[in-house]
Ligand binder design. Structure first.
Ligand code: AHR
Length: 531
């Protein structure tokens, strides 16, 4: 994708655009003008780049076809991994990829995916044959090709502590053990780095239907024996062990978080964890899910209302964590989130194939902003999923590939990776549809590692444009450069035939007397740098 940008200096704005936008744009009424101030004197916490993590499960076409085509494929590839997908993902600077699941991880036996492969089954997802041609080495090659890092999910459901411990020894030891020699014989003498390790997945459900107490026993055992031996990952650089955490809004999840955190506070030297996972999908009725295409404003507002529950969920579980961990040593890692709609007609229902629309772009921005505002506690998140599954970045069909609206949002947010959160003050206004009223606008600001100031603005209202008048405390705002993502309809999508229906374009901004005015189109996500 070619990025276009628009820089407007203070002087140019007065002469060229001065009042043009105001008088020529009938969509912006007096009520739709919002003052927003950015307080650069009060920097907040770092927005951990790991909140922009991805999730690639052996599910439908997520791995096979989406990532792996095999070296004999006519789809251009490097060692079996498709080049078009790698190039697109590189641009997102994906910080980590969670793999191999999901529920798939709860039944995954790593030895079947190294050396001569065992052909097994994937009972969770469509009951199809699992060839295991994409295994440990192929995954590590993939994340290396896209410039990312590994977040491995180990099998606590049907595996054993010994199996998981041996996987980590195989991956990380530099010493000449039998497992190290086997790794070298399989092409990788040097130890791999594994920065993140999930100890189980949804152990309360597909991961083994465990009670919080039973899972806690598993956690302490796995945490004790599954070690990372890579010398580069000791001390400060140690691998983050992430425990299974809550799975949504029901009351039972309070008990789960409480049980794990209370035990952690009283832990002995022999076990530890650095993260607690949380899963939360945007879905309204599991039995009769919403469609991902062909919907109107009613479903748009219903889904956005549902997704905003993420704020309350994070707040509630962060408060429980604060009770036992006031220093916020344990990260909350929302390692499965995103929209979950009905499978596309004609697709295998076990493959979770859905389209990705402008609604999903807004949904992604709203959730990323929740995570950023909770940056002190939320230090990881993984959208579900990366390719061809649920709220995907990319969709493929044989050698064709298309980037989704959600992909564009993740690309626009790259400057927020490891940036410092800067407080913004604004009156969000409201957007109402029927009996649903939502905040009309959302925004976050941050300074990137080079000191550049960035502002993200989401206009939730699908019909009315908004003008944001931005002021900086302590300095003037002289210019804005940036992109906006919008579309003609709430359900606009990119397809293989029309891949650019939803695509970023330059943002409309002007500067005057130390203030910036940025026009937000209806249903849009904008990111600008301000100087
Ligand atoms: O992302 C699809 C599935 O949703 C995952 O496998 C599981 O962890 C969750 O229930």
């Amino acid at each position: 994708m070619v990025r276009s940008s628009f820089i407007l200096t203070k002087f140019a704005s007065i002469v060229i655009l001065g009042s043009m936008i105001l008088f020529l744009d009938p969509q912006v009424s007096a009520q739709n003008k919002i003052q927003l101030s950015i307080d650069t004197a009060k920097p907040g916490p770092k927005i951990d780049r790991n909140i922009f993590g991805q999730f690639a499960e052996h599910l439908g076409y997520g791995v096979y076809e989406g990532i792996w085509v095999g070296s004999d494929s006519k789809t251009p590839n490097t060692r079996g991994i498709r080049n078009d997908v790698v190039a697109a993902l590189k641009a997102l600077k994906v910080p980590n990829v969670r793999w191999p699941g999901g529920c798939f991880a709860d039944e995954y036996h790593w030895r079947k995916g190294i050396g001569s492969r065992a052909v097994t089954l994937n009972p969770n997802w469509g009951g199809v044959v699992e060839p295991n041609t994409f295994g440990t080495h192929e995954f590590m090659d993939f994340i290396d090709q896209i410039g990312s890092q590994a977040y491995l999910s180990i099998n606590v459901g049907s595996g054993t502590p010994q199996e998981a411990a041996e996987w980590l020894e195989y991956l990380t030891t530099p010493l000449p053990t039998t497992l190290q020699k086997e790794r070298a014989a399989n092409g990788h003498p040097a130890p791999y780095q594994i920065p993140m390790l999930g100890i189980g997945n949804e152990s309360w459900d597909c991961g083994g239907n465990m009670t919080p107490e039973y899972y806690l026993r598993q956690l302490t055992i796995y945490s004790r024996f599954v070690r990372n031996f890579n010398p580069a990952q000791q001390g400060d650089q140690q691998m983050m062990k992430i425990a299974v955490g809550p799975g949504g809004g029901e009351a039972r999840w309070t008990e789960w978080t409480d049980t794990i955190m209370k035990a952690w506070e009283k832990r002995q030297w022999s076990w530890d964890m650095q993260g607690l996972s949380m899963h939360n999908y945007t879905v309204i009725n599991w039995g009769n899910k919403f469609a991902s295409v062909g919907f109107g404003e009613k479903e748009y507002s219903q889904i956005l209302k549902e997704t905003l529950k993420m704020e309350d969920l994070v707040t509630r579980h962060a408060a429980i964590m604060d009770k036992y961990d006031p220093e916020k040593k344990i990260a909350l890692v929302v390692d499965e989130w995103g929209s979950w709609y009905a499978p596309l007609p004609g697709s295998n229902p076990g493959f979770l194939v859905q389209q990705n629309s402008m609604r999903d772009a807004i949904l992604a921005a709203l959730n990323l902003n929740v995570f950023a505002r909770h940056a002190e506690r939320v230090r990881g998140a993984n959208i579900a999923q990366m390719i061809n599954v649920l709220q995907a970045m990319i969709m493929t069909d044989k050698e064709k590939m298309v980037l989704t609206p959600t992909y564009h949002v993740f690309k626009m947010y790259v400057p927020f990776q490891d940036a410092t959160l800067i407080p913004v003050t604004f009156n969000a206004g409201t957007y109402t549809n029927g009996d649903i009223t939502l905040p009309g606008v959302d925004a976050i600001a941050a300074k990137d590692t080079s000191g550049k100031l960035w502002l993200e603005l989401t206009n939730v209202d699908p019909t009315n444009a908004v003008e944001i008048e931005v002021s900086l405390t302590g300095s003037n705002a002289n210019s804005a450069t940036g992109e906006t993502l919008t579309a003609s309809k709430v359900d606009s999508v990119n397809t293989f035939d029309a891949p650019d229906a939803v695509k970023p374009r330059r943002v409309s901004a002007r500067a005057q007397n130390g203030k910036l005015t940025i026009k937000l189109d209806p249903k849009s996500v904008s990111v600008v740098s301000i100087s």
